[in-house]
Design a protein around this ligand. Sequence first.
Ligand code: GAR
Length: 202
Amino acid sequence: TLRLAVLASGRGSNLQAILDAIDAGTLDADVVGVWSDRSDAQALVRARDAGIPARAVRPRDFADRAAHDAALFDAIDAAAPDLIVCAGYMRLIGAAVLEMRAGQLVNIHPSLLPAFKGLHTHQRVLDAGVAEHGCSVHFVTAELDGGPVIAQARVPVLAGDDASTLAGRVLAREHPLLLETLRRIASGRVCWHEEGVHADGR
Ligand code: GAR
């Protein structure tokens, strides 16, 4: 049983997908805690509703990024997770905490990395006029959205799309992609390997 810590800044639909899969018995994991940088994150409510410890660690309560990261990751470490899942966590994590946690964090990002790193991906995809979009799950490194990609799902960009319709089409693929990736990690079918991903080839 994989012990998961989840980081989320907002709505928490990816967290909910994890909780629902655990409930349904389709993901062999426990969520040992949920952390947010925002005290108003819906993700914290979803966690508490599921009886899971949930806490906001707000950047403004700390002197700098290093101090915030240290407090956040001390709290996470105390829960002894096997894996930390960034599920809509919208804050950069400093290199210092990441360097000693290679292969211990994954992130879901709403683009086909390495294309469209960063924020506002759906609008940027529309502005660029590309035909295809999607989402990626990758190991987190100090390079923003730059760590090794584990899995991706693709969706078409359709005539008449706006950022909201496109985001909805991508989100519908995010949840199963994240779950499938967590299943693969839980069963040892994918793991961090030096500067890449060691996978079973699926
Ligand atoms: C998701 O679309 C996720 O891919 C994205 O935020 C959304 C969170 O939704 N993440 C990022 O943009 C990371 N930079 P959720 O809170 O409902 O899971």
